[in-house]
Design a protein around this ligand. Structure first.
Ligand code: ZN
Length: 172
């Protein structure tokens, strides 16, 4: 692990942009003082996860229930737009953890986190963001694709408030 996100780096600007969006969506109570953001290569992330290298692992959260702290990792070779999308995804995992919404089914957990990425891409006025958006809409994965589109449909009807209300049942 080489680089923590510190002020004066471009990541700092991206973090601010993503947090502003989360705030608009009603996640302003996210406690960033308990979250440390790291960038890492796929190889480093696999090491921390103690799993085989998977280049599709773009980010993950390591949760510490004893201290309620979160180490959040984002793959270090992503474009800035992709980085923003992955950060938006992982920060919602952190929000669920901080709110003790832990017994949440994967399609809701990954689905709502992917919705956060999707809406982040949608809010960025740049052609590359359209491609990331389209890729998410086409993702055949039952959790990250179908789960995401199920949550997107729910969002279109009930908004983020509806989603937050729905997932309260998974609070421990
Ligand atoms: Zn996830």
């Amino acid at each position: 692990m080489k680089i923590a996100v510190t002020p004066s780096r471009p990541y700092d600007w991206i973090e601010k942009q993503v947090l502003a969006r989360l705030q608009n969506w009603g996640f302003g109570d996210l406690d960033m003082s308990r979250i440390t953001i790291w960038t890492a290569t796929s190889k480093e992330m696999a090491m921390y996860r103690k799993k085989d290298i998977n280049v599709f692992n773009e980010g993950f959260c390591r949760l510490f229930p004893e201290t309620m702290k979160v180490d959040l990792f984002v793959e270090s070779h992503l474009t800035k737009i992709h980085f923003a999308g992955v950060l938006a995804h992982e920060l919602l995992h952190a929000w669920n953890f901080q709110n003790l919404i832990i017994n949440i089914p994967d399609e809701w957990s990954e689905g709502m986190c992917n919705l956060s990425s999707y809406l982040t891409y949608k809010s960025i006025d740049f052609p590359l963001a359209r491609i990331y958006e389209e890729n998410m809409m086409k993702d055949p994965d039952p959790i990250y694709g179908d789960g995401f589109r199920m949550v997107l449909d729910f969002y279109n009807r009930y908004g983020w408030d509806g989603i937050r209300q729905h997932i309260q049942q998974y609070k421990i």
